[in-house]
Design a protein around this ligand. Structure first.
Ligand code: ADP
Length: 422
């Protein structure tokens, strides 16, 4: 298909998604315990926006003309890499699906998607909608299954040319190993984080409290860029802590299909138990539990919004990705100290800064080792902004036109020009 044709059918799929937003949000809500309302106004519209962004890019892929020396001329030709394997997690089933497949389709690749075993339903629905949109059979393939079987088969397959993965560091390593042992397929990995949110003395405290609450409790903390480490400068620390506790206590946990709920249940028993284990660990490591810390209901995988204070950098709750509604609060004095502490985990996915001082914002933005920095905002996502990790948060970038390049080969074509006048 030409780029224009690809863009056209991608836009058609986006139209169908808009018509089916309600069902799609329901499927993700039922699978993952996500808020139905947010599915309708955030997850599905963001997936649509992603698809349309890359639909627009499909006919704007071009190489370069090269000034080679001697009696030659050269140009680069960008060609689709081939079959792209996509292995994704369960926290944003729809968004992850389109984050990965949209640039691959724009590039002219076909995809084999393995959704997470917890959340296969919307992916299957997308395969159905793709057919209705006129996307040819074999272009979008959905293979639900478990990681060690279906996922591993993709990672080690000799006919898969590239794998795009989002998930845990352990599985990311397995995927690289499988690639190395099989056909050396290219790999891009997005592996989670332990993102710092740094709040300076001059911040508007109410705004900072609201942003910090959103940064960790949105989607029950099941967000790879969750602002799980909150650093507050000493001048506003005490007031911030008081307000943050009240804000957490007002964050309503309950039925994800009730429009007044702020936070549904963790995705499954395994995650529920894992988060509670980390809460116990935080207590035994000597952090101060300010609020929450236990199941929020007798039944179901609900956990109270939880805040720990007096967290030290060497505690495991300050280093590991908990993937649940658990905020770690730390105090700092100077900008240098904030930067050093912000950078002291193995991760580098995102960071937030709250200050009115432009010089502080600029300095810290340049000093934190993270793929995304939000200044006076959090979770401000857009398909235009490349997204990915520094350090052990992975490599390769989703979003932005540069993501299309992950799924393309570059061929140099050199032609002799024997009669060249130069
Ligand atoms: P999470 O902790 O977010 O569930 P995982 O890394 O375990 O992260 O899972 C992310 C995705 O990787 C899921 O689709 C899962 O099925 C898949 N997966 C798990 N194990 C493997 C594996 N050995 N090979 C390939 N994919 C895997």
């Amino acid at each position: 298909m030409s780029g224009y044709e690809r863009g056209r059918v991608m836009n058609k799929l986006a139209d169908l998604m808009e018509q089916h937003t309600e069902e799609l949000a329901l499927l993700d809500g039922a699978d993952a315990g996500k808020l139905l309302l947010l599915g309708k106004i955030i997850d599905i519209p963001a997936a649509v926006q992603m698809l349309r962004y890359y639909a627009g890019g499909a006919d704007k892929i071009h190489g370069e003309s090269l000034r080679v020396s001697g009696k030659y001329q050269g140009y680069t030709l960008k060609e689709p890499i081939g079959v792209v394997g996509v292995i994704i997690p369960w926290n944003f089933p729809s968004l992850m699906f389109f984050l990965k497949i949209s640039p691959a389709l724009a590039a002219g690749c076909t995809v084999v998607v393995k959704p997470a075993e917890q959340t296969p339903l919307s992916a299957l629905y997308y395969a159905h909608l793709a057919k209705l949109a006129g996307i040819p059979d074999g272009v979008i393939n959905v293979v639900p299954g478990f990681g060690p079987t279906a996922g591993a088969a993709i990672a080690s397959h000799m006919d898969v040319d590239s794998v795009a993965f989002t998930g845990s560091g352990e599985v990311g390593r397995l995927i690289m190993e499988a690639s190395a042992r099989s056909n050396l397929k290219t790999v891009s990995l997005e592996l989670g984080g332990k993102s710092p949110l740094i709040i300076f003395d001059d911040a508007d405290i109410d705004m900072a409290v609201e942003l910090s609450r959103l940064a960790i409790f949105f989607n029950k903390g099941e967000v790879c860029v969750a602002g799980s480490r909150v650093y507050v400068q000493e001048g506003i620390y005490d007031e911030f802590v008081k307000k943050a506790v009240v804000a957490a206590q007002n964050w309503k946990v309950g039925d994800p299909f009730d429009v007044t709920t702020n936070m549904g249940p963790q995705v499954d028993k395994e995650q529920f138990e894992r988060v509670l284990r980390y809460i116990d660990l935080g207590k035994s490591e000597g952090a101060t539990l300010l609020t929450g810390g236990k199941p929020a209901a007798d039944k179901g995988y609900y956990i109270e919004p939880t805040i720990f204070a007096d967290v030290k950098e060497d505690m495991q709750i300050a280093q590991d990705e908990i993937f649940g509604p658990v905020m770690s609060l730390m105090k700092f004095k100077t900008i240098d100290e904030a930067i050093e502490k912000a950078n002291c985990t193995k991760y580098g996915l995102a960071a937030g800064i709250i200050t009115k001082d432009l010089n502080i914002a600029n300095r810290v933005s340049r000093s934190v080792r993270a793929g995304t920095v939000w200044v006076n905002c959090y979770f401000a996502f857009d398909p235009e902004a490349p997204f990915g990790g520094y350090k052990m948060s992975g490599f390769g970038r989703d979003q932005g036109m540069m993501a299309i390049d992950k799924y393309m080969q570059v061929k140099s074509v050199i032609t002799a020009v024997p009669d060249s006048p130069w």
